[in-house]
Every structure is written in structure tokens, then in C-alpha cells.
Design a protein around this ligand. Structure first.
Ligand code: ZN
Length: 328
């Protein structure tokens, strides 16, 4: 502490100094970050990730999610699987995408069928990306906006290295930027048991899942903020992976509250990606879908704080496995 600051502290009344030190203990002891940060919200699997192919349910969750994002001034980018358009009512599904643009949000490509590059190989995966764009591209073009963003399903980026390189080269030749993920709180795992609780009209279970989800999300965001300090020595602008679900539509006010508590200001994906951290090379080649904080911890040779990582509650994992065996 500089002499000048020490003198200022000495000059404070004892009462104020005591309050301040209690605050510091509270703030730093509980892992609250002092620095204000930025976060871009991204929602995958548009028009919706839902247990039911139920058009009114999907329309409702899109309406509520977008209303909440606007209410809290949270920009967002939605990543579309165009295979989902024909899974229910194509006209209404496209109208849901339109609503995202009407609400001032952006859209990106998440492949047509949500298959893994490991399943399809480079050529098949690239064909699935190309097949996933016509409707989204046209909706954006009607507003004189480019289709810029691509999100890999399961965060799988292709392996071995030649497959990854072929996919990367195709994406950049076609004007795409990969949307990395630097917060992943496994919301999909809570979302389908939540849909199931709604279908069964089990209000106690629905509220319990919601609470478990919000508690887990707050803890996980704090972990990624800590990881940012470890890997970059500062709070980078974060990109959070979420899904277009009824759970997030119902929780959007609480999610906004969590971001405020973590001192995170919502920004667009374009804005977050201006952070120079996103120029860091992604060295990872492998079959697991891992987030970019982990990829960059490898590139920068920093160990992530795994000793404080917590997986989703076992109860949720079991409920998910009983409800569905797909992953998102
Ligand atoms: Zn997905």
C-alpha cells in the first residue's frame, strides 16, 4: 500500500474503517469480484430445446425469454438448428426466429442436424453446416445483416488435427467466426427434467429444479471468473452458453440478478469478442467437447482451479438420464 493511501485509511473514523474491512472480508472471502466484467449471452438449439414437440410451448418460451432479455437490456445471440423448423410447424418455427431479430438479437448457425463432427467426418459435417444456414441467412439478409457466427454442437471442434483444420478453413472461407464458450453451466441438463416436471404438473419438483439450477449457475459463473484470473490474470469478456428452454425463459429475471451480483454487464457477442483474449490460439484437438477457457489454459500453460469445480447435482444428472439420453 502506498504511503498516501495508508494515510487516507488512518484518517478514516474507526467505525468506517471497521465497516470497510468487514466489507472486504465479505467481498473477497466469498469470491465476489471487485472488477466489473462483461458477458455475452448465447442461446443454442433454436427455435427451442424442449422435451416436447409442442408448438404453443415453444412459442411461449421464445416470447418469455425475449421479453425478459429486453426487460433486462441483455443482448443475446441465438444459434439455430434448421432441422428443427420442420419438426413442428415450419411457419411458426420461422416466426420464432424472426422474433429474435425483431427483439434486436442476433442469430447464428448451429448446423442443420446437431450432429457431432466425430460422427459425420469433415465432409459430412461441413455439408451439415451449409445445410443449416439458408433460412437464417435469408432472415438476416432481409435486414442487411450478415450471417457471421457459428457454434459447434457439443463444443466438438473435430479430431484429428486434419479434420479440425478442414472444418476451420471452410468456416473462415465462408465468412464464419466460431463462437467460443467461456461459461458453460450445463443448463441443458436441468432443462429437460424441468420440462418433465411441468408436464407432470409436479410444482414441488419444478421449483426444486429451478432452485438447483440457479444455485449451480451462480457458483459456476464464479468459477469461470476465477478461471479467467488464473488463465489471463484479469477478467476477460465472457461468452456464456445457454439454451432456448422453458427453464431459462422462467428464470430470466433471476439469471439477470445473478449477472448483476457477479458484476457482469450484458454485451453483444460482437462486443465480447473484441476482447483480445479471443485472439488466443485454440490448441486443442480431441473428441471431447471442452470450453475455450480449458483450451486456453492449455495454450497459456495455466492450471484451471479444478479443486473448486462442482459438477451438477447427482439428482439432476439422474433425472436427466431418466428423461432423455441425448446431450446438448
Ligand atoms: Zn446445441
Amino acid at each position: 500500500m502506498k504511503q498516501q493511501e495508508r494515510n487516507r485509511v488512518r484518517g478514516l473514523s474507526r467505525r468506517l474503517a471497521a465497516t470497510l474491512s468487514a466489507f472486504c472480508l465479505l467481498a473477497f472471502g466469498s469470491g465476489v469480484v471487485a472488477e466489473t466484467g462483461k458477458v455475452a449471452l448465447t442461446f443454442d438449439d433454436l427455435p427451442a430445446l424442449s422435451l416436447f414437440a409442442d408448438q404453443p410451448y415453444v412459442n411461449y418460451l421464445n416470447d418469455m425469454l425475449l421479453r425478459g432479455l429486453k426487460r433486462h437490456h441483455l443482448p443475446a445471440t441465438g444459434f439455430v438448428n434448421e432441422s428443427k423448423l420442420d419438426a413442428i410447424d415450419r411457419t411458426q418455427q420461422i416466426a420464432n426466429l424472426q422474433k429474435w431479430l425483431d427483439a434486436g438479437m442476433n442469430l447464428g448457425n448451429h448446423t442443420f442436424s446437431h450432429e457431432s463432427p466425430d460422427q459425420l467426418g469433415a465432409k459430412g459435417y461441413i455439408a451439415d453446416i451449409a445445410r443449416g444456414e439458408p433460412v437464417t441467412r435469408a432472415l438476416l439478409a432481409a435486414r442487411h445483416r450478415p450471417l457471421l457466427w457459428f457454434r459447434h454442437p457439443y463444443l466438438e471442434t473435430g479430431a484429428p488435427a486434419e479434420v479440425k483444420r478442414e472444418i476451420d478453413d471452410w468456416l473462415s472461407a465462408h465468412g464464419y467466426r466460431i463462437a467460443p464458450v467461456t461459461i458453460d453451466a450445463d443448463d441443458w441438463e436441468f432443462a429437460e427434467p424441468y420440462d418433465d416436471a411441468i408436464a407432470r404438473k409436479d410444482e414441488t419438483r419444478r421449483l426444486r429444479i429451478r432452485k438447483q439450477y440457479l444455485d449451480y449457475t451462480e457458483r459456476t459463473i464464479a468459477w469461470y471468473q476465477k478461471a479467467s484470473d488464473v488463465v489471463f490474470g484479469r477478467q476477460i469478456a465472457l461468452v456464456m452458453l445457454l439454451h432456448a428452454t422453458r427453464l431459462n425463459a422462467d428464470c430470466i429475471d433471476d439469471l439477470s440478478g445473478i449477472l448483476k451480483a457477479r458484476k457482469l454487464q450484458g454485451v453483444s457477442l460482437d462486443e465480447a469478442m473484441k476482447d483480445p483474449a479471443y485472439l488466443t490460439r485454440d490448441p486443442y484437438v480431441g473428441h471431447d467437447g471442452i470450453d475455450w477457457m480449458e483450451r486456453w489454459s492449455q495454450e497459456r500453460r495455466r492450471d484451471l482451479p479444478w479443486n473448486s469445480w462442482q459438477d451438477p447435482p447427482r439428482q439432476i444428472v439422474e433425472e436427466y438420464d431418466r428423461t432423455n439420453n441425448d446431450r446438448h
